[in-house]
Write a protein that binds this ligand. Sequence first.
Ligand code: 3HC
Length: 303
Amino acid sequence: LSHNFSSTTSNNNAVQNIAVFGSGLMGAGIVQVAAQNGFKVTMVDLNQEFIDRGKEIINASLKRVAKKQHKDDAAAQKSLIESTWSNIETNTDSVKGAEKADLIIEAIVENLQTKQNLFQQLDKVAKPDAIFASNTSSLPISDIAKATRRLDKFAGLHFFNPVPQMKLVEIIKTNQTSEETYNSLNDVIMKMKKAPVICKDTPGFIVNRLLVPYLMEAIRLVERGEASIKDVDTAMKLGAGMPMGPFELCDFVGLDTLKSIVDGWRKDGKIDASLVASAKSLDNLVESGHFGKKSGKGFHSYS
Ligand code: 3HC
């Protein structure tokens, strides 16, 4: 309890220290946004190579943000970058990385067993009142939470790519998530200058539940020979105001990720089968190792 009494904020339960597990695109983005907004953050991953890659992601994005916020003021840019880094620690030891945290956000590989193993371990070493959150986009939060004995302090916090730019965070409440936990998370998201929405623990939550069937239908539309990839992308950008066409977005999200979400939902059987029907061209691209932007080729090619 000592950390509560030594707290300098008016709210003794306010989250100050955050540990983010996973330093990929999502994890690094969450670390950056938290640190930029005054939280003390520990970025944890399995080895130094992953940590270094995460730091590079943060560096590139932070420079962009600093340039945008302080256009012609090099000193202010430097100060934003330095103050953000001063809030970030890294650790390759999950126990040490979790010790101080009031909130642990997990953004590791999308595998239920791996996530459960991590949370089971963290449950034993984290502060008893620390809140646990998963950034999963496709797994039920309550299935992950089962690995712990803090069901009331477990929720989903779903960020969007690119994290520093996308304003939304979905807060997912399971049947067991307490109101106090929800309030703390809501407070954290507001301090990160993001817009929170609440959703029940249902497949895809809000955004992916609507976005994924839309992306899949775009793929099927082209497979049926009704229009070209290029024209579908143009149509949705210019006719529906989307920043990216559906094929650009598929490539951006990652075709492996998209396929794994759809395959998982199909197996799960909770969503109308026609919405999650497989698409041959998606399966073929993934099988050939074409995962979209990150691998240089997907529905489009990237140099
Ligand atoms: N870090 C910081 N800022 C970034 C950034 C990054 N990594 N990437 C882009 N930005 C900022 C730029 O600085 C720029 O800011 P400004 O407009 O205020 O000057 C703005 O974003 C636009 O960037 P660009 O001009 O370089 O490029 P675009 O105009 O093409 O925008 C985009 C890029 C923001 C990615 C835009 O195309 C977009 O919003 N696309 C849709 C993204 C989307 O739908 N994401 C959700 C995917 S689903 C998901 O993540 C869920 C998961 O579970 C699958």
